[in-house]
Design a protein around this ligand. Structure first.
Ligand code: GLN
Length: 487
């Protein structure tokens, strides 16, 4: 049964429609595997077995009657605990939401349920999605299935580790500065951050609203396209969602990139990039050229400002979004307070962890009247320059190729006492969010210590199809994605 837990959505769909396995049996197989092995990974913060088995029964009856079938009918998945799920505890891995039971499903969750997907549970993450190592969770850190001493990445660390460990067929994460792509890279799976606005954010807990985007974490590129088909599209409940038709992303799965031009930004290959990663990217460039693409060096001159710009804009938006957790409306309330002000202060001080507190303080500071122009407004201007860099680059190429992270996945604890070091692990992913583009991370080899390394392909707004096509072509020519962790 452990083998079945490593099949792709597409393979499982075949087995389900051919009645070689039922959704109920499949769901049980994952539940058993999670029960047996998740104590070594800590990817689930809540298991929803009963709910999953009920959903599976319904899916089985649909499969029997061949009624309303989709590629996700009967497929067990799991969700980052930032997705609002009706009657199912949703905590964002924060003490402040430890007992929060939402009264509704977010748009994407509802779409998944309508498509017949099965929910196995909610996945660990950095508190409020702030972090790059999944060490800032009230439920403790996640261990990388490739090596328990290593981070699975963050903030969607549980989502990436669960797919990697064979605990679900696919999962969803959110990506504000790299939180889908970076953990995907650490765990040897595929992670896509779609274009800002491609997917409705209604019903995910907001971190930084001008940057947040939902993205799938899957075993291969085809599964990524299948998930995108289900979750994309306009939603009147999210005013930032784009009102344009959604293409069939599986149409992009053509193993042919002859004539495609791939830009390689020289600012992404400077000091700080470790040799292991640089070597894997160089090999990928070679593979792309052998496959008929042309790789050209180009420049994104404002790259070095991306991390400081992000660490002004993201905390500013977070400080505003997190103001609602005041101990009154919902969430944790301190038991020992003297008056209203004391209640606010104590509830927030006790409810938020240190990284979230730091971000709220920084965000409030950069928005305060004396410093707004110097920080927030300036950062917005630099954001425009970063965006323009990309648009000039896309005049010369169809997509960009970069590393995902400057280093292979690092040791748990290694960057905990130095926030700047932690922040720099997103140096290659953050610019994509600032510019509202799409980016995908796919496996491209291993480090000296046998840890996964991913590469990033960056695309024009709403051009996920080109990314999927390039990624698919590469995947057909390599077998990195087929390797399993030694769990
Ligand atoms: N690591 C980045 C941060 O801490 C990005 C997180 C994310 O994409 N959610 O803000």
């Amino acid at each position: 049964m452990d083998d079945i837990c490593y099949k792709t959505i597409a393979q499982l769909h075949e087995l389900l429609v051919n009645k070689e396995i039922s959704s109920y049996e499949l769901t049980q197989a994952y539940i058993e595997r999670i029960d047996k092995l998740d104590s070594q990974v800590n990817s689930f913060v809540l298991k929803t077995e009963e709910f999953a088995l009920e959903q599976a029964k319904k899916a089985d009856s649909q499969l029997r009657n061949k009624r309303d079938l989709t590629p996700l009918t009967g497929i067990p998945i799991a969700l980052k605990d930032i997705f609002i799920t009706k009657d199912i505890r949703t905590t964002c891995c924060s003490k402040i939401l430890e007992n929060y039971i939402p009264p509704y499903n977010g748009t994407v969750v509802q779409k998944l349920f309508d498509a017949g997907a099965i929910l196995l549970g909610k996945l660990n993450m950095d508190e409020f999605a702030m972090g790059s190592s999944n060490e800032y969770s009230v439920f403790g850190n996640v261990h990388n299935p490739w090596n328990p001493e290593i981070t699975p990445g963050g903030s969607s660390g549980g989502s990436a580790a669960a797919v990697c460990a064979g605990f679900c067929a696919a999962s969803l994460g959110t990506d504000t500065g790299g939180s889908v792509r970076q953990p995907a890279s650490c765990c040897n799976i595929v992670g896509l951050k779609p274009t800002y606005g491609r997917i409705s954010r209604y019903g995910i807990i907001a971190f930084a609203s001008s940057l947040d985007q939902i993205g799938p974490l899957t075993r291969d590129v085809r599964d990524c396209a299948l998930m995108m088909n289900i979750i994309s599209g306009y939603d009147p409940k999210d005013s930032t969602s784009i009102n344009l038709p959604v293409p069939d992303y599986t149409k992009a799965l053509i193993a042919d990139i002859k004539g495609i031009k791939i830009g390689v930004p020289k600012e992404y290959f400077v000091e700080g990039l470790e040799e292991d990663v640089a070597d894997r990217i160089k090999e990928a460039i070679k593979t792309f050229e052998e496959l008929g693409a042309t790789c050209v060096e180009l420049s994104l001159p404002h790259t070095k400002y991306a991390v400081p710009t992000y660490y002004i804009i993201a905390p500013a938006e977070a400080s505003s979004n997190l103001a609602r957790y005041d101990g009154i409306r919902y969430g944790y309330r301190s038991p020992n307070y003297t008056d209203l002000r004391d209640l606010y202060e104590k509830s927030r001080t006790e409810g938020f962890g240190p990284e979230v507190t730091l971000r709220i303080i920084v965000g409030t500071y950069v928005l305060s009247s004396g410093y707004y122009d110097a920080y927030y407004l300036k950062a917005q201007k630099v954001r425009t320059l970063i965006k323009q860099d990309f648009f000039s680059a896309f005049e010369k190429c169809d997509a960009l190729l970069t590393p995902v992270m400057p280093t292979p996945p690092f040791k748990l604890g290694e960057k905990l006492d130095d926030p700047i070091k932690m922040y720099l692990s997103d140096i290659y992913t953050i610019p994509v969010n600032l510019a509202g583009l799409c980016g995908i991370s796919i496996p491209c080899g291993y480090s000296k210590d046998n840890l996964p390394i991913g590469m990033q392909l960056i695309g024009k707004p709403l051009d996920e199809s080109t990314l999927l096509r390039i990624a698919y072509t590469y995947e057909q020519a390599t077998d990195w994605h087929k390797k399993r962790p030694p769990l």
